[in-house]
Design a protein around this ligand. Structure first.
Ligand SMILES: Nc1ncnc2c1ncn2[C@@H]1O[C@H](COP(=O)(O)OP(=O)(O)OP(=O)(O)O)[C@@H](O)[C@H]1O
Length: 382
């Protein structure tokens, strides 16, 4: 089916009003459409549509430059495209944008590999990017979003795996160069020993492995969640620090200072209820099956088994306190910080550092419950 569509263009900062074209032989097709640009907002052009005419002028057989000129004009101009729409039943209309924090600086101007430089999005380390399209394995579409709700025009950025490969290559360059130098030296020696050289193809597994290892560790984009700002949201306070440094003591003091403002997080456990204990107050008492199901569904920030019974701190228990308008205060193991970072809870994390050994010995030694502590037993806290 052939059809004529009209598109009004307003922005002229991106090449071809936010879309690229590509040619297959003589035929011309719509390439990338950047989310939010006029070409995309018009909802009449789609990636892969074949373009036959622009404003009645046939484009088949014309050079890309000529077609770009045909598609340029003054702001507010309406262009008529004659197209053969692409058949694509797999378009995901429910695509939810994803958010990442960039861990590197990127400038399309210095990137020779980007398919269309003016369409590139410049960003800096720390910027938050909203990813609107990941169909292309090498180039994502994204826009910068700012704290005040403002956003940049969309553009192309290197996909995660592509950037990881680049950085892995850069980082392992000294290693790769050393190996190449070694190889050259060997080759020189061989050529001196024998004039009849054999052509050799090198598959250097060692350097490949090292590059992959580096690539796996390279953080390029960190997934982040968008939090709707709310005056009622209470950010939890998470204390971390060595065992015995005083986290529990600080938490108790803080909560006792104002029960209407701070609250302890009630843990889940599989142990039996002791006399006088109230479910949901001392602990959330659950069966082992329920606890294990919660582990599988990743509902715990952390959990452990003590004397055959399970204990865990759940995200829902923390959210319950937040919803009551109070600030949850809890301590976590350092290895749980990654999980809490991606939980959407946005906690303040406080490291409780140990005082000097002399001070620990004096302050922690006396008291009825610890009369015999040795100096060496404090060493591990520091
Ligand atoms: N500032 C302090 N001065 C003197 N004693 C303290 C101080 N802070 C904590 N303590 C004592 O040190 C001991 C350990 O404190 P606490 O249980 O709060 O540590 P913790 O970091 O929560 O340990 P864990 O992670 O093992 O539960 C307790 O006996 C507590 O009374």
């Amino acid at each position: 089916m052939m059809c004529i569509v009209s598109v009004s263009f307003h922005h002229y900062t991106l090449c071809m009003q936010g879309c690229t074209i590509y040619k297959q032989g003589e035929a011309v097709f719509v390439g990338k459409l950047l989310k939010g640009c006029d070409a995309e907002l018009s909802e009449v052009l789609r990636e892969g549509d074949e373009v036959l005419e622009v404003n009645g002028v046939p484009v088949m057989g014309r050079s890309t430059d000529e077609i770009v000129r045909l598609m340029s004009g003054e702001a507010g101009v309406t262009l008529a495209f004659t197209i053969i729409p692409i058949h694509d039943d797999n378009i995901d209309l429910n695509f939810e944008p994803k958010y990442v924090r960039a861990h590197f600086n990127y400038s399309p101007k210095t990137d020779d590999e980007i398919p269309c430089q003016p369409l590139g999005l410049r960003f800096e380390k720390g910027d938050i990017l909203e990813i609107s399209n990941q169909d292309d394995p090498d180039w994502w579409q994204a826009r910068k979003v700012f704290d005040d709700g403002a956003e940049s025009l969309p553009g192309l950025i290197p996909a995660r795996h592509r950037q990881q490969q680049r950085e892995a290559l850069t980082r392992s360059y000294p290693l790769a160069k050393a190996m190449e130098d070694q190889h050259r030296k060997k080759k020189g020696l061989m050529s001196r020993l024998s004039r009849k050289k054999k052509k050799t193809v090198f598959y250097n597994q060692g350097s490949n492995q090292s590059m992959l290892a580096v690539g796996d560790e390279v953080v390029t984009y960190e997934d982040v969640v968008r939090m709707e700002s709310s005056a009622h949201w209470r950010r939890p306070i998470v204390l971390i620090g060595a065992s015995g440094v005083g986290k529990g003591t600080l938490i108790r003091k803080l909560i006792n200072s104002d029960h209407t403002r701070f609250a302890a997080v009630v843990q889940h456990t599989t142990r039996l209820v002791h006399p006088g204990e109230v479910n949901g107050h001392t602990y959330h008492f659950v069966t082992r099956e329920e606890f294990e199901l919660d582990i599988l569904q990743e509902r715990f920030l952390e959990h452990e088994e003590v004397k055959g019974q399970l204990y865990g701190t759940s995200v829902s228990a923390i959210k319950k306190i937040v919803e009551s308008g109070r600030v949850p205060v809890l301590d976590l193991q350092p290895q749980s910080l990654k999980r809490v970072r991606y939980s959407g809870l946005m906690p303040y994390v406080v490291l409780v550092a140990s005082p000097r050994l002399e001070r620990l010995v004096v302050t922690r030694r006396v008291g009825p419950e610890r009369p015999t502590r040795r100096r060496t037993s404090f060493q591990f806290i520091i």
